[in-house]
Design a protein around this ligand. Structure first.
Ligand code: BGC
Length: 267
């Protein structure tokens, strides 16, 4: 694919970008108004194919984009729930192993016949919260932690994001932290909110001692029940629920794709 098909024209100011959120059970997408961080059209969700191999996921993402009229020049951002190192999936804690080493941008780009920008799911969610959500306007270091099947983490300092901050896999008390503290562990072990909060206290306590964030934002689907567990945590930094909830991945992917396109023009 030539660079011309990858990069939107610099002559048109980007006001809308398209975001796709690839999750274990659903692949969701919508165009996003970049001024407000709101969906510019209703979101569409298609179940994730099983097994979720690169070829199968690429076809589903194509099906999703085909339901919208996405102009060729509109940046398209895609989240992926693993390390995304310069477009290439480098881990697969909660996705099909065949993704490891796959260039997500090439595989999806070829299926779609256009360029896309791939990012880690927590990076997208974190960027969305800092730009439009719970951390908007916060100066200093913001730590965003998504609690879901796995634990996603992102660190944003004065608006600059450090990609692939994989602190969900910190080894704490001899185990991979996400195996004890993710939302999936609460469900799997049928933990009470209080018992789960004890595990979160340990996890966030370690993170806080290492990173000294000014604000902690907690995302993932369970953040809509934040009142059940956040008040049980005692940390130095304020800890608040995410605001964009399940829109964060789509919104952040779109915004990061627009940002990458801007950078490409000015490089
Ligand atoms: C993965 C991260 C991802 C997180 C949330 C973890 O298991 O290693 O890359 O952000 O799950 O999906």
């Amino acid at each position: 694919m030539s660079p011309d098909t990858l990069t939107p024209s610099p002559l048109t100011a980007v006001t809308t970008a398209f975001g796709v959120d690839i999750g274990g059970s659903g692949i969701k997408g919508a165009p996003v108004d970049l001024a407000t961080g709101q969906f510019a059209a209703e979101r569409v969700r298609i179940p994730t194919p099983q097994p979720a191999t690169p070829a199968a996921v690429a076809q589903t993402v194509k099906e999703l984009l085909d339901t919208f009229e996405v102009p060729a020049t509109m940046p398209v951002g895609v989240t992926f729930p693993a390390v995304v190192h310069h477009g290439v999936a480098r881990s697969a804690a909660n996705v099909d192993d065949t993704w490891i080493g796959t260039n997500i941008e090439d595989v999806l780009g070829q299926a779609l016949g256009r360029g896309i920008h791939a990012v880690n799911d927590a990076d997208a969610a974190g960027y969305a919260e800092v730009r439009y959500g719970a951390a908007a306007g916060t100066r200093g270091v913001v730590l965003v932690v998504t609690l879901g099947t796995g634990i996603g983490t992102t660190l944003i300092a004065d608006g600059r994001l450090v990609p692939n901050f994989e602190l969900g896999h910190l080894e704490i008390d001899g185990v991979d932290a996400e195996s004890r503290a993710a939302e999936s562990a609460r469900e799997r072990e049928d933990l009470s909110w209080e018992d789960w909060a004890l595990r979160l206290q340990r996890y966030f306590g370690v993170l806080e001692d290492l990173l000294w964030p000014d604000l902690i934002v907690v995302g993932g689907g369970v953040s809509k029940h934040a009142e059940k567990f956040l008040p049980l945590l005692h940390l130095r930094a304020p800890i608040v629920p995410a605001r964009l909830l399940n829109a964060a991945g789509i919104v952040g992917a779109a915004a990061l794709a627009a940002r990458a396109a801007q950078k490409a023009w000015t490089a």
